[in-house]
Design a protein around this ligand. Structure first.
Ligand SMILES: NC(=O)c1ccc[n+]([C@@H]2O[C@H](COP(=O)([O-])OP(=O)(O)OC[C@H]3O[C@@H](n4cnc5c(N)ncnc54)[C@H](O)[C@@H]3O)[C@@H](O)[C@H]2O)c1
Length: 352
């Protein structure tokens, strides 16, 4: 079988998950280039894979690379993705797809024009528990799902932002706890409900992270077109990283996730769904250990010319929920979709 030639752009914190995946998926992929503006980081990873390295992204565009993995500060995702797609290279970018809906739209347009694949990492969708709960929900096991909630209460202290030239900024990260951490819960709720959003009423705050301009806390009510009202709460100023909880409540029962473990209650019977990873975690446990599953899925979609599960449009829909909360907070009003997106700088921050 043909092996895909891959490059990774950005050899920072998340790259350990890719190292793990490249080893696991060595039947499908060969890492041929590492790229980082910090040449030492690129070299260190390249040495481990006996591949080429560079600090200049443009250098890899004519090197017959099949797929590029973008693990970069958020604002760089569109720029690099568009360049790669125009060079005929498939792109799998880390979340979020972009920090503005306009940039996401341009990425989707270029993907259609070039015909390459574009995917967005939401690895927490790729678990047995999410798969099983989504199946039960769509089969109607819980009846109509009328309400949902997600809670993310984590801790990101000063040293998380210290030394980073993009975290905690509006123009480079595009926001705080919502766009960086809670994005995975928001994505899973939307994915499991399989519905688009009608309106968003939200509010963001910076209660304690006075060393950055972005939000450390957010809450929102989000109405889906299928009539489900979703309440979310997210903060990264809690005392520790508590497990993320998601719950969906239906007419006949309820189901949810505590971190990656699924559970459901139907007819008075409670059951749990454990994930059956044949893996140990790489990186912090809240990253999960399913990057390699999404990478395999993406490679399969390239090799078999199939559609991508989390494509540009899927990435955009989750980004749109986050941007809707920001806009609602700034305008102090309910936002009905679709809406005109706004990007913020640290000067006109929408945080209360
Ligand atoms: N899926 C997840 O659970 C998860 C977890 C953590 C991070 N992430 C995502 O991964 C991405 C990277 O996050 P991180 O925590 O690894 O950040 P990081 O700051 O540790 O790494 C980013 C790397 O990009 C490099 N870089 C910056 N500008 C560059 C340029 N112009 N050309 C080449 N290299 C450049 C930096 O030198 C750095 O090594 C973000 O999108 C983030 O949201 C996802």
């Amino acid at each position: 079988m043909k092996k895909l030639k891959a490059a990774i752009v950005g050899c920072g914190r998340i790259s350990v998950c890719y190292e793990d995946a490249f080893h696991r998926l060595s039947d499908q992929v060969e890492l041929v280039y590492t790229v980082d503006k910090d040449i030492q980081k690129a070299k260190e990873m390249a040495d481990r894979f006996h591949c080429s390295y560079t600090d200049n992204f443009d250098e890899i565009l004519d090197k017959h690379i099949d797929v590029v993995h973008l693990c970069l500060p958020h604002y760089l995702h569109p720029l690099m993705a568009i360049k790669a797609m125009k060079a005929g290279i498939h792109v799998l970018t880390e979340k979020p797809i972009a920090i503005s809906l306009q940039d996401a739209d341009e990425m989707i347009r270029v993907q259609k024009e070039t015909g390459v694949k574009l995917g967005v990492i939401f690895q927490t969708r790729y678990t047995k528990s999410v798969e099983k709960l989504k199946e039960m929900i769509s089969r109607g096991d819980f009846g109509r799902i009328h309400t949902a909630r997600s809670y993310l209460t984590w801790n990101r202290p000063l040293d998380y932002y210290d030394g980073s030239d993009w975290k905690g900024t509006w123009d480079k990260e595009g926001g705080g706890v919502l766009i960086d951490q809670a994005i995975h819960s928001i994505d899973r709720v939307r994915y499991m409900l399989n519905s688009d959003v009608e309106w968003i009423d939200g509010s963001i705050h910076n209660y304690s992270h006075k060393f950055v301009k972005v939000e450390d806390t957010a809450n929102a009510a989000i109405m889906f077109k299928n009539g489900c009202l979703y309440n979310l709460y997210a903060t990264n100023i809690y005392g520790a990283d508590s497990p993320i909880t998601i719950e969906l409540m239906g007419e006949k029962g309820r189901c949810g996730l505590i971190q990656d473990m699924g559970y459901y209650e139907l007819d008075g019977t409670y059951a749990e769904i454990r994930n059956t990873y044949e893996t140990t975690n790489v990186g912090p446990d809240y990253w999960g250990s399913s990057h390699h599953i999404q990478l395999r899925d993406f490679y399969n979609s390239i090799l078999n010319n199939q559609s991508v599960m989390v494509d540009g449009l899927e990435g955009r829909k989750t980004l749109e929920m986050i941007k809707g909360i920001y806009l609602s907070s700034m305008k102090k009003e309910r936002i009905t979709l679709p809406f005109e997106d706004v990007c913020y700088s640290d000067i006109d921050t929408p945080v209360k």
